[in-house]
Unconditional design. Structure first.
Length: 532
């Protein structure tokens, strides 16, 4: 059967399913198949574990003596892996064995299994035919030589349409080079639709930029191609670049094979600063890389035999996040409020993606869920979007709403919970059953500012104490405070998560923060009638 990816992806992969209708407890099955690998660069990767517990796992490799094979082992410590090597006639035979392996698991927010599960990657470095050695993949030089073959003839004759577009974009006088790059990058984001294609060698060979322009769509390679070509028309140097997303844990020198990357971008360099231009992320501003390549190596193509490996820095915590300000009053047990939500960085990008190209009804449904506070009786009465579609400005959502039955009255006292939003409340990690680290898409800082106007003739008789938490290395924590100001109660909170991967050894400390945060979220404020 053929399986087609959802949304913007198309590939030529096929899936074969084998059914064993007569299986009963205690039965044994055997399935044998033959794979034909037509390109030796795609030689092999083998995982010793499976999604069932494994009693014994064996990988046997037999290859002619005129073929040089190497391998890299990953996460094999502690599994009792053995390797035996023998020669039999004209062949060498390598056999790996492991026993009693825990099953792989499907866990929410986990890094890919390549970060934790034992596996090996096999390389054919070279082979000899009639006394002549032929290099395949032994070093990064070999990998780059092959990659360059796939792009060297690209975009030799840009179309007149493409040249005309570049001329019109850069017609303004006194533009800096950086401004020109920005104009080209944003044009591609706005005008070329992302449709990923991985059919045969189209998964590795970019389309010509003129064809991408004519069709007005392209995959990551096509977008890299058209950005690089348009900048070349403008006389600006840029580089077609390969990069692995965060699903792939390897470095280029560690694994010089196609298993090391799965994405292509364009790179512009100004002095010592790199700009990683990924037009598949349509709302990202210039200077912000896609979230899924943070911390990854990038291979820049600079010509035949010439390349550079650069690294994408993580985007700083204070560049991603938001502040929600709510100004509320109590009316007959209801909480009536107006609010302003300001969002920036990846947080802004993700929400803009969900809001663009939606009907009014769809936007309202999404915003009702996004802006909901208090309890499930929240009613969004109005909203207004500011800076929607503006990459370099924070998204600003002005709204109004009310929550019925939010305040409990008993005798002369009113009781209510001031924490209208409870960020991270449900993110306690199950340390007893979780196997893998916990992955977050990006570093994040969230703030809340609430001003609650007191009803006439009431005063605050109880406010919770301020609370805070800071991890030992300072990578995550929170600060929450309460103050009285005139006839209002003011609550200010800030949560910082300055890491993308919560390691297993950090789970207990993370859970301590979440537990303390939930204790704070359960606190109530008491208002009492002023004595006459």
């Amino acid at each position: 059967m053929e399986e087609f990816s959802d949304h913007v992806f198309f590939d030529d992969s096929k899936l074969i399913k084998f059914y064993y209708p007569g299986l009963v407890k205690g039965a044994r099955t055997k399935m044998q198949c033959t794979k034909h690998i037509t390109d030796p660069r795609f030689f092999g990767i083998f995982y010793f574990s499976s999604f069932l517990p494994v009693e014994e796992s064996e990988m046997k490799l037999s290859f002619p003596k005129n073929v040089k094979v190497t391998f890299k082992e990953f996460h094999t410590n502690g599994i009792g892996l053995t390797l035996t090597k023998e020669e039999k006639g004209k062949n060498r035979i390598y056999t790996w064995k492991a026993e009693n392996l825990d099953k792989m698991r499907s866990e929410n927010s986990a890094p890919s299994i390549s970060y934790a599960e034992p596996h090996i990657i096999l390389f054919i470095e070279e082979y000899e035919v009639d006394g002549v050695k032929k290099d395949v993949l032994g070093t990064l030089d070999d990998l780059y030589a092959w990659y360059y073959e796939n792009v060297k003839g690209l975009n030799s004759s840009p179309s007149n349409e493409l040249k005309s577009i570049v001329d019109s974009l850069l017609s303004k006088k006194d533009m800096t080079e950086l401004e020109k790059v920005e104009q080209v990058y944003y044009w591609v984001q706005d005008n070329i639709r992302y449709i990923a294609i991985e059919e045969g060698m189209q998964g590795y060979v970019p389309k010509d930029a003129s064809l991408v322009c004519e069709e007005r769509y392209g995959d990551c390679k096509g977008m890299s191609s058209i950005i690089n070509t348009m900048l070349g028309i403008a006389g600006i140097e840029s580089y077609i670049s390969w990069v692995g997303t965060n699903d792939i844990p390897y470095s280029y020198h560690e694994v010089p094979s196609p298993y090391v990357d799965n994405h292509m971008i364009a790179t512009y360099k100004s002095g010592n600063e790199y700009y990683f231009l990924d037009a598949t992320s349509e709302f990202l501003p210039m200077g912000t890389p896609s979230s899924f390549i943070q911390g990854k190596e990038v291979l820049l193509s600079k010509g035949p035999g010439e390349y550079e490996v650069a690294e994408v820095a993580d985007v700083a915590v204070d560049r991603n996040g938001g502040v929600d300000s709510i100004f509320a009053r109590i009316e007959e047990g209801k909480l009536v409020a107006r609010g302003v939500s300001q969002l920036w960085g990846y947080n802004n990008f993700e929400i803009q993606q969900r809001l663009m190209n939606r009907s009014k009804e769809e936007r309202e449904d999404y915003l009702r869920s996004l802006l909901s506070f208090g309890n499930n009786s929240f009613n969004l009465t109005s909203f207004e979007l500011g800076n929607l579609g503006e990459r370099e400005k924070e998204l600003r959502i002005t709204y109004a709403g009310e929550v019925a039955s939010y305040v409990t009255t008993y005798e002369d006292n009113m009781y209510f919970n001031p924490h209208m939003e409870r960020d991270l409340a449900g993110l306690k990690i199950d340390t007893a059953n979780r196997k893998y680290d916990f992955e977050r898409r990006y570093r994040l800082q969230l703030g809340n500012h609430y001003e609650i106007e007191l009803p006439e003739s009431y005063q605050a008789s109880y406010l919770p104490e301020a609370s805070s938490f800071k991890s030992k290395d300072g990578s995550f924590g929170f600060d929450i405070s309460y103050t009285r100001f005139e006839n209002k109660i003011v609550l200010d909170s800030e949560i910082r998560v300055d890491l993308r991967i919560i390691k297993k050894h950090e789970f207990d400390e993370w859970n301590s923060m979440i537990s303390k945060l939930n204790q704070v979220y359960n606190e109530s404020i008491v208002l009492s009638k002023e004595p006459r």
